[in-house]
Design a protein around this ligand. Structure first.
Ligand SMILES: Nc1ncnc2c1ncn2[C@@H]1O[C@H](COP(=O)(O)OP(=O)(O)OP(=O)(O)O)[C@@H](O)[C@H]1O
Length: 223
């Protein structure tokens, strides 16, 4: 990101002259007080929002002006996970993941093969026919992660993925995200969880009022 500003229509300035470079394969934490701009930054990465000024470059290309087909291609390469899971509550675990593949026009045969594989990878083997409300919070987040990575995205962005989970479950989710990163997916995660940041020892970007005030290669949560 080069000199990125984000101002919302109501006049709130969420990001100001933000410069940031994340290398392929990195695992990066975004930390900062509430309102510092973490979610805004994440929304720029998957192009839910566009910057007011400045450039967001992904895979060497500016994502400012894209045709609908190019936006679809970008989104195929970026998985997103949220604090509140955002699952389809009236569909089974299998169908939550299958839905994502149907949107990407995978064939029925490919879906039948790929969905059980990714559900097993996140530790949900045997839960294929469960509805989200039959799963624990940690399992629901595993399902949301399965849906986000089913297409092997190059980038996974996670906005407080452990925010609704207890400490033990949060760690299970972190091990899963770490494994996904080890397989080559670049991971960007916003979090308020100090113990996770301190223990994982990954690059940590500290945001304050919309700018990066610290970039700690060795990690560590100090605001
Ligand atoms: N859609 C929006 N419209 C207007 N203002 C917004 C919008 N989204 C965020 N903001 C404002 O932008 C600023 C940055 O918010 P953002 O959600 O990016 O921060 P954050 O660091 O993710 O906070 P939190 O830790 O509470 O999630 C805040 O002042 C917020 O109120």
């Amino acid at each position: 990101m080069y000199s990125v500003f984000k101002e919302y229509p109501n006049g709130v300035k969420a990001l100001a002259r933000l410069n940031l470079h994340i290398t392929k394969g990195e695992f990066v934490f975004l930390v900062g007080a509430s309102g510092a701009g973490k979610s805004s930054l994440i929304r720029l990465v998957f192009r839910e929002e566009l910057p007011s000024r400045g450039q967001v470059i992904i895979g060497g290309k500016s994502i400012a002006r894209l045709r609908a087909s190019q936006v679809a291609k970008l989104r195929r390469n970026i998985g997103v996970v949220f604090q509140d899971f955002r699952l389809l509550m009236d569909r089974t675990a299998f169908d939550n993941v299958a839905f994502a593949l149907r949107v990407l026009q995978y064939s029925g045969k490919e879906i039948k093969a790929r969905v059980p594989e990714v559900l097993a990878m996140v530790g949900l083997k045997g839960k294929e026919q469960c509805y989200p409300n039959q799963l624990s919070g940690g399992e629901q987040q595993r399902l949301a992660i399965a849906r986000a990575v089913v297409n092997n995205p190059k980038i996974l962005v996670a906005d407080e993925p452990t925010g609704n989970l207890d400490p033990d479950t949060s760690w299970e989710i972190m091990h899963l995200l770490d494994e996904i990163n080890q397989r080559g997916t670049t991971l960007v995660m916003a979090t308020h969880d100090q113990s996770i940041v301190d223990n994982m020892k990954r690059r940590t970007l500290v945001l304050k009022k919309g700018i990066v005030i610290d970039d700690r290669r060795e990690g560590g949560y100090i605001l």
